[in-house]
Design a protein around this ligand. Structure first.
Ligand SMILES: *Cc1c(COP(=O)(O)O)cnc(C)c1O
Length: 380
């Protein structure tokens, strides 16, 4: 019945006040590049996350990751450790800098970087005389990584952490907001994320000096001179005042979006509670609070009559979008020659059996009824 409207995995959800800030940008002619919306959005993010950090609003999450690596001095011949199970944007900036990604497997509780495999990777690379400049840890689908365990290892070997919190704005670990676990952190406001500026990102910095350096690099690295004078390579990575206006409006509905995404997760837990062989991804302990950006399931092939691809097709026939989990980077053609550390094929198995389900904060009761019907008619 393809005439039914499409139910998306995760689509933009405007709150209503975005246009006020965008119109204000037009009215005051603060169209580009900077202006009060950029500063306002940065202040909003800061008061949401933590008072003693600094935010630099940028053109994308990928740009923020790239700048984080530039700030950490990652260059040719260096290595950067990266969680294998993630979106390619976590790893690409390593290559932009001419460095080599070293991929590390997940652990089964949070699906994020495994502390044991991380330590194995560090020991191995150091024993081969390699320079490891950073560890990129990701909060996949909103679930915080094992922040204490990873911090302990990073500190022991004195390697800074870049926290990829693109998917986890609003999540917490032991009461602390995601985005503030790393030495540097990044957010994304791409169209599919929990809030969006239509396209954008942010770098989370520990100090004003770091933020100043980040903005200097993000605005073409102009030295202090009346003419254009450059003694560094710069980038054009700053967020515009128009898109930051969308962000300011979105910050007013962020708490509501988190609540609704978490309710979608509860909905799926109810739906699948009586179905053997399907488990919904949820917080392993009370220490974790996920924004449940996407709700995901694992299918246990032996208990179900069908595999992940068949389940995806069943939803697709009803015009409902689902998607396999992120394909691990060590299995991607472009990264096949990069080192990989992991003993139990955790990410490979998660990928083989996992599916992301519609999770948007704008899904309606009718949407949920359609999803529920597909589940009860095909999977029970
Ligand atoms: C979306 C995403 C990014 C990239 O953010 P953009 O704003 O799209 O550049 C990076 N890492 C992860 C894990 C993401 O999901």
């Amino acid at each position: 019945m393809s005439e039914k409207s499409k139910i998306w995995l995760s689509s933009p959800h405007m709150g209503g006040e975005e246009m006020f800030f965008v119109e204000e940008a037009f009215r005051t002619n603060w169209i580009a590049p900077l202006g009060p919306n950029v500063e306002g959005f940065e202040e909003d993010l800061k008061s949401f996350l933590k008072q003693d950090i600094q935010i630099a609003a940028l053109s994308s999450g990928t740009a923020a990751l790239h700048l984080a690596l530039v700030l950490l001095g990652v260059g040719r011949g260096d290595e950067v450790i990266c969680q294998s199970m993630t979106f390619s944007a976590s790893a690409n900036p390593i290559v932009y800098q001419g460095a080599t990604p070293v991929f590390v497997d997940s652990e089964p509780e949070t699906w994020n970087i495994c502390p044991d495999s991380l330590e194995n990777a560090i020991k191995d690379r150091l024993s081969k005389g390699k320079r490891i400049k950073a560890i990129i840890a990701v909060n996949l689908y909103g679930m915080p990584y094992k922040a204490d365990a990873i911090r302990q290892i990073a500190d022991q070997y004195e390697i800074p952490i870049v926290e990829d919190a693109a998917e986890s704005l609003g999540s917490k670990y032991k009461g602390q907001r995601a985005g503030t676990f790393g030495d540097l952190g990044i957010l994304s406001f791409n169209g599919n994320k929990i809030i969006t500026t239509s396209g954008g990102g942010a770098l989370i910095c520990p100090s004003k000096a770091k933020k100043k350096k980040a903005i200097f690099l993000a605005t073409q690295a102009r030295d202090d001179a009346p003419h254009y004078q450059h003694s560094h390579i710069g980038y054009n990575y700053r967020m515009s005042n128009v898109t930051a206006g969308i962000g300011r409006g979105q910050m007013k509905v962020l708490e509501g979006h988190i609540d609704k995404r978490r309710k979608m997760n509860q909905f799926y837990r109810n739906q699948f509670s009586t179905i053997d062989g399907v488990s919904v991804f949820e917080e392993p302990t009370q220490d974790y609070f996920s924004n449940h950006w996407l709700s995901c399931i694992q299918l246990e092939q032996t208990a179900l009559p069908m595999g992940r691809e068949e389940v995806r097709q069943i939803f697709l026939r009803e015009n409902i979008e689902t998607r396999p989990l992120w394909k691990p980077m060590h299995l991607q053609p472009i990264f096949k020659d990069c080192p990989f550390f992991g003993d139990n094929n955790i990410s490979e198995r998660l990928f083989a059996n996992g599916l992301c389900l519609p999770s948007g904060s704008n899904l309606s009761d009718t949407d949920r009824e359609r999803i529920s019907l597909v589940i009860s008619q095909n999977l029970r």
